[in-house]
Design a protein. Structure first.
Length: 307
């Protein structure tokens, strides 16, 4: 890992942690407090435990998880003839469609921001080469020439490696990386929406299961001579299905409630962040252009005076 990569990761981590600490709910999470306060030995032990647990879950449940997910996604369609998403709130459906479009546009913004940074690097390289040519030209003018002195100033301004490196590092960290972050943010929002769809699908499946258990129990009760054991077993299964239905309903309601506040805050923060990023980028570009313009004006004045 090079120094540049480590600096980028440190910068991104600082941004991420600051966002967590500013969140009204996440800032109180035990995971965040542990991350910020745990000793090195405790942290390494937690990582080892987490990796071992994750590996065990992957080995044992990955195939089953995919299978049951497929079953859940088809059960409601077979029973009702439609997917669970079709019963979503119309307003939420509009938001979902908007976020899908937003993901595409933010991805394009990030791609073009990266291209802009690449072109800026190429421009600096061309300016550097041009500056070297100016330096050679100033040597032909003589050491005592005012024109030569101004040529050297312009060349130094265009060719300063520390200036170029500093500008490009700022551009990467304060312009390109934020645009990349916004693109990833909206992808996370899409993931949460997928969780909501899965929770709604599960809710529909549990409703269907309860109805099935009710029908089974009703048939048993209507059957003359039905054994008490079968009736008791059917009642227990109905109670269990009802309990799972309540859990699924609570889960779906929780996701809905949290998404109302989180998506609203996401839009507000994203808008403010994008405007601040663009403003900072424009300010830095204007300042750099003004500084270069000063050198060019001084060179023009010297050329006119020596004409």
């Amino acid at each position: 890992m090079g120094t540049d990569f480590i600096e980028r990761r440190c910068y991104a981590l600082n941004v991420f942690v600051n966002r967590l600490c500013a969140h009204p709910i996440l800032k109180f999470s035990s995971e965040l407090q542990f991350f910020l306060e745990a000793a090195e030995t405790a942290w390494q032990a937690e990582i080892a435990s987490s990796q071992a647990e994750k590996g065990a879950v992957k080995k044992g449940l990955l195939g089953a998880k995919k299978f049951f997910k497929g079953v859940a996604s088809t059960t409601t369609s077979l029973i009702t003839g439609k997917s669970a998403d079709e019963s979503e709130d119309p307003e939420y459906t509009k938001v979902k469609s908007y976020v899908q479009s937003l993901e595409t546009h933010l991805g394009e913004v990030y791609a073009h921001a990266d291209k802009l940074a690449t072109r800026q690097r190429k421009l600096f390289k061309a300016m550097e080469t041009f500056g070297e040519s100016l330096s050679k030209l100033s040597e032909r003018e003589g050491d005592d020439s005012k024109v030569a002195e101004e040529f050297v100033k312009v060349a130094d301004k265009l060719c300063a490696d520390d200036t170029i490196d500093g500008v490009m590092k700022e551009m990467d960290l304060e312009f390109v990386e934020p645009m990349k972050e916004y693109s990833r943010h909206v992808r996370s929002v899409r993931n949460v929406m997928s969780d909501r769809s899965a929770a709604l699908q599960r809710l529909h499946d549990k409703k269907a299961s309860v109805e099935s258990k009710k029908n089974t129990l009703a048939k048993l009760r209507a059957t003359p001579g039905a054994k008490e054991e079968k009736l008791s077993d059917a009642e227990q299964k109905l109670n269990e299905s009802s309990r799972k239905l309540d859990e699924a309903n609570d889960r779906y309601d929780l996701i809905k409630e949290r998404m109302k506040t989180e998506i609203s805050a996401y839009h507000l923060h994203r808008k403010d962040d994008v405007l601040a990023t663009l403003e900072n980028f424009a300010t830095k570009q204007a300042s750099m252009a003004e500084e270069q313009a000063k050198q060019w004006k001084a060179l023009v004045a010297s050329l006119m005076a020596g004409a």
